[in-house]
Structures are given as C-alpha cells and as structure tokens.
Ligand binder design. Sequence first.
Ligand SMILES: Nc1ncnc2c1ncn2[C@@H]1O[C@H](COP(=O)(O)OP(=O)(O)O)[C@@H](O)[C@H]1O
Ligand SMILES: [Mg+2]
Length: 627
Amino acid sequence: MSNPLAKPQRPAAADPRDGHESEVEAQPLDLGLMLWLFSFTRPYAAKRNTLLVFVAIRSAQLPLLSWLIAQVINGPIAGGSSTGLMWGVAAYAALAIATQTTLHFRQRLALEMGELVVHDLRNQIFAHLQRMRLQFFDQHKVGWLIGRVASDAEAVRLGVQDSLFTSLVALGQMVIAALLMAYCDWRLFCVIAASLPVMWALNRHFRPRLSQQHRAVHESFSRVTSSLAEAVCGIQVTQAFVREEHNARRFGRLIDSHARLNVASMRTSGMFLQLLECNAQWFIALLLVAGGYRALVSTPAMPVADLIQFYFLAGFFFAPLQTVGEQYSQAMSVMAAAERLRAVLQTELAWQEPAPHSLVVSGRIEFDRVSFGYDAARPVLHEISFVAEPGQTIALVGATGSGKSTIANLAAKFYLPTAGAVLLDGRDLCSLSSETLHQRMALVVQQNFLFAGTVRDNIRFGRPEASDAEVEEAVARLDCSEVIAALPEGFDTQVGESGNRLSLGQKQIVCFARAMLVDPRIVVLDEATSNVDVFTEAKLKVALARLLAGRTSFVVAHRLSTIRDADQVLVLDQGRIVERGRHAELVQRGGIYAELCRSGNGPHSGPYVGSAVRTNSTTEDATRSRA
Ligand SMILES: Nc1ncnc2c1ncn2[C@@H]1O[C@H](COP(=O)(O)OP(=O)(O)O)[C@@H](O)[C@H]1O
Ligand SMILES: [Mg+2]
C-alpha cells in the first residue's frame, strides 16, 4: 500500500479509462451563481422571507445577550441594586429562551427550504437530461451524470440547509456586534476594525488555493466513483480476463490520489482557520492594551464595566469567524456543485425541436447528399444519397465501422446531418418533431434495453394505453406466444434490471413485440438478430418478416434472408455507398458484395455479410477468455 500522503505523482501505467470530464471552472463564491441558486427559492418566497426574518432576529439576539450581561454588570451590580439585578436576570432568561426558539424555527425552516430546493433541482435536471440529444450522452459518462443528480444535488441541499443560513447568521452577528461596538466606543472599535484588512488579505491569499484544491478533490472523487461503476458493470469481463488485480491496483492508485488531495485541502483549510483565529486573538490583545490605557491613563477614565462589555462584544464579533471559516470549505463545495448543476441545466440542446404536430406518414425516406461526423473534424458518412420508397426494406451491409448504424441513427433523427438532408415524405426531418417521428417509428438494436418491470410493461413501453389483449396480440402476430408462455410467469415475468433475467433471444422477442405494438410506419433494425443463436433466429425470421411487412425499414443484419429479400442493398465502405441494388443484381455484378457472398460469408450461406473483422475479434475474445 503506497503512502497516501506522499508527494503527488502521476499514475505509472496509462489506462484508457483515466480520462475524465473536465470540470467547469467555478469562481469561488460567485455572486451570479448564488443568485441562480437563490432563484430556486422563488416559488417558496413566503417561507424564504420568514426564514430571512428569523436569520435577522437571531443575528441580533446573540450580541444582545452579551450586551445585556454588560448592562447588568454596569447597572444593578455596579450600583448595588438587587431588584435591578433580578430584573436583569429575568430579562436575560427571557432573551435566552427567545434566542433558542428562534434557532429552532430558523433550523426547521432551513431544513424544509433545502429539501424543497433540491427536490426541484433534481426534477429539473432529470427532465433536462431526458431531453438532451444523444450527442450529449456520447460526451458524458453515466457515472458523471449520476454524480450530478446524486451528490451535487446533495451538496446543494446541505449548503442551503446548513452553510447558507449559518453563515448568514454569523455574518449578521458580526455586523450587529460591530455596530454595537461602534456605538459604545468608536475609538476602541477602530482597533477592532483594523483587523479587517488582515482578514481580507488572508481570505484573498487562501480562497483561490482552497477553491482549486476543492476542485481537485472533487475531480479525483469523480474518478473513484466512475472507476467503481465501471468495475461493477464490467465484472464479468474483468473476471474472464483475470484483471481483478490490475483493477484493484488502479482503484488503489485513484483512492491514494484522492486521499492525498483531501489531506492537502484539509491542511490548507486548517491553516486558514488557525490564521484567522490567531488574527482575532492578536487584535483582542491589542484591544487589551488600548482598553487598559483608556481605563488607567486617560481622563476621564473608562469604566471597567464598559471595557468588559466591549470585550464581550469583540468576542461576539470574532467568534463567528470560526463558523464562517468552517463553512467556507463547505460553501466552496456547494458552489462547485451548483456550478456543475447550472452547467448541465444550461447546456443547450444540440438543436431545437419544432412543436409536435399530427402527421400522416407514408414512410418515404430520402437521404439527400448526407454527410455526418459525430465529431465535426472526423466525418464518418460522405455524401450518402438514396431513396426508400414506402414499404421498402433497405439492407445496409458493410464492414464494422463503415457507417451502417450511423445511417440508422440519422434516419431516426438521433443526430442531424452535418451536410445534406434526410427527408420523410419530402419534408426535412429538421422541420419534424422527433416526438411525432418516433411515434411512427420503431427501433430494435443489438444492445436492446429493457426497463425493470414485467414483460408486459416492457412490451407496452411505446404505447402505455394498450390493453392486455393488444399486448398479447402483438406477440401472437409475431408468432412468438409460446416463447413468452414458456417464461416462469408468462407476461408477468419480471425482466430484472435492464432485462438481465431474460436470455438474449427472449429479450429480442420482447423488443420485437414492443416495436410491433406501436404499429410503426418505419422500422429500424440494427443488428437486431446478430447475438441470437441459430435456433432462435429461425424463430425470429418469421417474426421479423411480419414486423417488416408493409413498413419502410432499415435493416442492418449479417446473415438473415432479409438481405436477399431487401428491395435495396446498400454496400458501405468507410462511410460511402460503394454498391447498391438488389441482392441478385449485386451478386451478378461481381463486385465487393458478390465477393463477400462467394467467400462463404454471404447471406446465401447464412453467416455474416461483411463482418469479417467482427467475427474474428469475437473468436479471438472467446479464445482469450478461455485461456
Ligand atoms: N457515438 C459515437 N461517437 C463517436 N464516433 C462514433 C460513435 N458511434 C460510432 N462512431 C464512429 O463512427 C464510425 C461508424 O460507426 P457505425 O455507424 O456505428 O458503424 P457500423 O457500420 O459498424 O454500424 C466508426 O468509425 C465509429 O468509430
Ligand atoms: Mg453498428
């Protein structure tokens, strides 16, 4: 185990997973950010204002308590009046009870306020994330996003419930103590006021450091959590490739670095607090010199009780510094968290959607010189043009990475082309709302996703209002009723998290049924059958034919007869269409496609059109995992 406190060093072995999202550069205690956060209290203005009143009352109550003690010493005690003393004590007791009561309500309201703010914040972020385009999710790790909704929102909750109002009370207390001191003796107050520039300088020196260290701590923690998330999700692969130790070492390095940064940050924070405290004591000592002089030397001499009172007030002026200093680092994390949340909420959508509208779709899809790159600098599709007439099936064929899925993604408006246009019934997809489009479209992909719930819920996903009978009919139309019936509880079987209690084939059938139930005009199947065994595939063949019948469809498949029956086969190579036509024509032409078919990889013989790379790597992986 390496020493977490050792000098920072870069981890030795580079790991592809070490890259992480760069954090937003937050100004510590940025006013705009605070106002943004504060805007979340607007719906609860009445509660917030009451809370602020309690804050103001409590800030005054604490210095007033010491003021009162001094008054009692100075008045009844110095004057020897025992009735006066009784009254003084009674007033003190009453004020003390009032102060506690204020604290109770102040805390209660702050707790409620924090809960309300975070509730709204989480809802807004979730809603915003749901609307984000796929591009956004390409750029942000799942762990990072979960961190926003979970820990950043939590930090903001603590910030509102604790730091914000505690600091406000502390600051208010300082202001009121200062005013009382200035009122009692402005010359002595000048001594205290001289401490302010020192505090300012300390703050100026430490703030950027603390803020930077805080960010580093947070970033390192982000890396720890994403590493953990990946380790859990990829446990099967890790165990299969005997990488447990490597992963553990890597995780160890990450927590070492996190611990180191944490200690460094706490060290700075501790130093800051100590210097603040030292500064306060130094000025209290100066006050003793100045006060002693006033009481002993100057004429008229200052009454000792006045001096005592002044000391009490000075104490109340400096005491909150500790609180403020302690809240400081928390405030810094809150600000950083708020900044990240604001950045997510203010991330513009990659494009604006037109309002949903009703539309009768015949299903003619045209790609008109479409070029596209996930990253603008690296185009993956070049000048793709073709027309899919209503009801036609377009098969996309080509090596891994040639752009088949990308074409499917563009047809489904998950991304917009960089150049050219995708047209549905002659209308640019840009001018159609995705909602309208997706209501007429069904998508089945290789890594299909099922949501935790029953089989029935999942089939009904695209049409929640569908009756049980309709759900069952969709399955019957696919001729797959007995597959569902064979499940432990039929339609009521729980599929488990992301469907992991079903076999791949069963999952795929649920996905086909989900698509069928929507009764779409357009169907996109991206390697929907690549992962299933030959036996299930035979079963799916019928289902597939029924799903595709009469609908415009894009099919990326390796070995199904679908390719032979397709109205057009588009052969892709590095983002360009290199051949097109029906299966028979292409075979006759004797080009790349014919070559693929001849080499025994074609749809005639069954397996894998143009997927030599994939086949090889799969075999290789399997061999290695057995090793
Ligand atoms: N989300 C993504 N972000 C960046 N690049 C991507 C993304 N998806 C695919 N690519 C790249 O685009 C190219 C085409 O990919 P794709 O259309 O998925 O190929 P395939 O023909 O195997 O379906 C590949 O070079 C791939 O690396
Ligand atoms: Mg693909």
